[in-house]
Ligand binder design. Sequence first.
Ligand SMILES: CC(C)(COP(=O)(O)OP(=O)(O)OC[C@H]1O[C@@H](n2cnc3c(N)ncnc32)[C@H](O)[C@@H]1OP(=O)(O)O)[C@@H](O)C(=O)NCCC(=O)NCCS
Length: 216
Amino acid sequence: MPASFEKPVLIVFGAGGHGRVAADAALLSSAFARVVASDRNAATWGGELLPGVPVLSPDEAAALPGPRAVHVAIGHNTIRRDEAARLASLGPLATIVHPAASVAASARVAPGCLITAQCVVGPMAELGEGVIVNHGAVVDHDCRIAAWAHVAPGVNLGGAVQVGEAALVGAGSTVLRNLRIGALATLGAGAVLLQDLPDGAAWAGVPARPLSQATA
Ligand SMILES: CC(C)(COP(=O)(O)OP(=O)(O)OC[C@H]1O[C@@H](n2cnc3c(N)ncnc32)[C@H](O)[C@@H]1OP(=O)(O)O)[C@@H](O)C(=O)NCCC(=O)NCCS
């Protein structure tokens, strides 16, 4: 088989709970020849992230024969982004799609994304590099999710919602269609967003308001 058609060994970087979710989806997707994990934390080396998924030191991971691909499985958005830049020499970023996710044929998904079980990514939706679409989230038609954002479990994004770079859309929240969530913004778990959320702001509640007002 020519080298270009060989399935790569996937290195899941991040040996915590989020890494387990990524490795599990990778194993089920059959897109990779083998799945291993790695982490900077020496206490994890020599163990297993999941049965059959060893945790290697970064040096051991770098010594694996190619082809290799890397998925950075760190929930914190800006740490995930920065680690991806640092790990570029290990191999290209790999997107993982759980086989029980539904991704429209016309959706565009950049490298390094994780699309987990029971998610829906609708027609013409766009996911930037390193985006997480977590369990059961709906990213409806024409949504644009910028790089390193996290759409947490159970989120419902109506059509044509825009999510800015490295934003966190909290678990179980709902965003009405055509709205924009700014870069590095946080929408609290369970919120219902009825208007645009500015860059860097943290809003929560039903309807969502700045956190200080939501708790007043
Ligand atoms: C909104 C959020 C970012 C606030 O975090 P924080 O700044 O650490 O805030 P605190 O936990 O100190 O809480 C501050 C106040 O906000 C309230 N609050 C926190 N989260 C809230 C939420 N989601 N909705 C409504 N109120 C919330 C707290 O009750 C507290 O109120 P008080 O001042 O009256 O006691 C966070 O609680 C949240 O919802 N994050 C999303 C988590 C998530 O979904 N992660 C994905 C996991 S996969």
